[in-house]
Design a protein around this ligand. Sequence first.
Ligand SMILES: Cc1cc2nc3c(=O)[nH]c(=O)nc-3n(C[C@H](O)[C@H](O)[C@H](O)COP(=O)(O)OP(=O)(O)OC[C@H]3O[C@@H](n4cnc5c(N)ncnc54)[C@H](O)[C@@H]3O)c2cc1C
Length: 646
Amino acid sequence: MAQLTARSLSLGYDKSTIVADLSLELPAGEVTMIVGANGCGKSTLLRGMSRLLKPSGGSVVLDGKDIHAQPAREIAKVLGLLPQTPIAPDGITVRELVGRGRYPHQGWFRRWSSEDDDAVARAMHATGTEELSDRPIDELSGGQRQRVWIAMALAQETDLLLLDEPTTYLDVAHQLEVLDVVADLNRRRNTTVAIVLHDLNLAARYADHLVALKDGEIYAQGHPAAVVTETMVHDVFGMPSRVIPDPVAGTPLVLPIGRNRVVRDINHDENAARAAAGRPTGTLPPVPAAAAAGEGVRPADGDDRQSGGDGVVPAEGAGLRPALEACPTLAYTLTAVAATTLSPSYRRVTFTGEDLAHFGTGGHPLDLRIKLVIPGEGGGVDHFAALRPDGRIADADVTGWYRNWLQIDPAERGWLRTYSIRSFRPAGHPGNMGGHAEIDVDFVLHVKREDGRLVGGPASVWAATAEPGDTITMLGPNANRCGPDYAGIEFRPGSARRILLAGDETAAPAICSILETLPPGMTGNAFIEVPTVDDIQGSFTRSGVSVQWLPRGSNPHGEMLDNAVRSAVAIPAAGAVVAGREPEDIDVDETILWETAGGGNQPFYAWLAGEAGTIKELRRYLVRDAGMNRKQVSFMGYWRRGKSEM
Ligand SMILES: Cc1cc2nc3c(=O)[nH]c(=O)nc-3n(C[C@H](O)[C@H](O)[C@H](O)COP(=O)(O)OP(=O)(O)OC[C@H]3O[C@@H](n4cnc5c(N)ncnc54)[C@H](O)[C@@H]3O)c2cc1C
């Protein structure tokens, strides 16, 4: 089996570098597919690896030897290449062209032989070109011609085959045929194959090894199931998508989400998937009023309404009840399965764990908040044992665990930090290939490096360095006790058909999650202020709500958001009618700004979240200047400049 490796390879044309310092080893005897957006350097890489393009740096090594230091004919005996737009000599027939594939095997002493005839016949048979045998190439259609070129590459019968977009011009049936031929060849002869393909789904289906290129660099490589994720598709192709298992092959199948599209009801689909998997759906039994009314996880303030045990260990003695029955909030043990830097300011961590079978409210998470327990120095003691799904808890401890947790030495107990669920994929969800449910949390990275050390809030530092395999405790709703009216969800538009969503980068995950659920008839605006242009993410909604990302750049935090809200809530367009009273002052350095409303029958509803000072200003404008009815607005200080969460 031939082994081809690129070592710190740099390639380009004239002075422009297309591929820089790239290292790649094609797994011997396997099919490698190289994918990426147009212009990312896929074809250049293939040309460099096949000796067609001389590197400006690094080397390509074939079976231990630099390919540029060996004669072309020697290389051609081992390595066959089909470039993207090959040119055939005038008037050449199909059979003659396929026969050219045998040239490297001939020489001064070895002339055309029956062995060559057999190789040509095999290649023509495999590509279905026998009946074209005597036709001149120029008379063929694009698809036929492509098959002939592939036949020529196959006739070369090399241990290594590199194909650049071999399915171009072919209809679907012939695309599959060509890839099947190559797959057969790989299996029969252990040929090492590398193919540049623009069809991501076919690439995922036929690849043993998938390489995703972005801007001349390897963004990800590995088994297609690991590489083809919604995040990869977003980052590499700049396209929001759904990734589900291909119902035919079981490989990842990318379903692009366009701008003008018909989107099915995601909640409905998720519930259907959950129902099919025997899991609770959106029609959970009614939730006891006490639990629904106030036992959510509140943001930053150590709210007494929090549920759970004493926050430390199960109380001793009689009267212990299973936490699953008693506690609206459970402590979930989660393991990170992926940690991906989405942009300069965001890192997404995907968590899973069997405990998640008990997580949720039965409906879409919307802006569902959870708390993560960022480990402190102490470690060792499980402060949340009583709240675990298999925990037992005294009735007296079901409320007040937070107060008790606060009594523990801060260095030992760690930090509780509030985050939104960006996505929740129950087991069996088409986008979840694991055995247990998965959640995504998008962390804003407000960290900097000082003396080689990352410095920032504990949660931000944890996220910046999180790796697959890391474990963490999360506090969130117990699906057995909580329904869609769970208090940890604030987005409550009631019967409003027009909405305003406004927030900074910390609110972006919640806003994007909310947008995904809005029905087509809903209109209004969503404004999301983020630090840089690169932090703009794909958001999708089938509603008529217009989404505007506001890259802050050097502007002060909140200024762009403030301007955008002021221009959108132009009286009386948003239902605000008369100027109102100055809202009572809230010292956002001492108290959390948290004023939520909802569920009413107003035509307009606003949801604003982010840095507390910014939200306070917006509150003043909307309540005092725009005279907005406070029953229509939720104001949430998600964090406060200069203050740690707790
Ligand atoms: C309901 C709710 C949902 C939230 N959802 C998310 C979410 O999905 N993603 C997310 O990233 N955050 C989210 N937040 C905000 C997050 O809880 C805070 O940013 C939190 O302070 C981060 O904890 P930390 O340990 O990193 O920093 P802390 O220890 O709390 O703070 C350390 C320092 O960092 C500053 N700081 C905190 N956050 C930021 C920031 N974003 N930018 C710049 N400086 C900051 C503080 O002012 C303080 O000076 C949410 C908050 C709430 C209440």
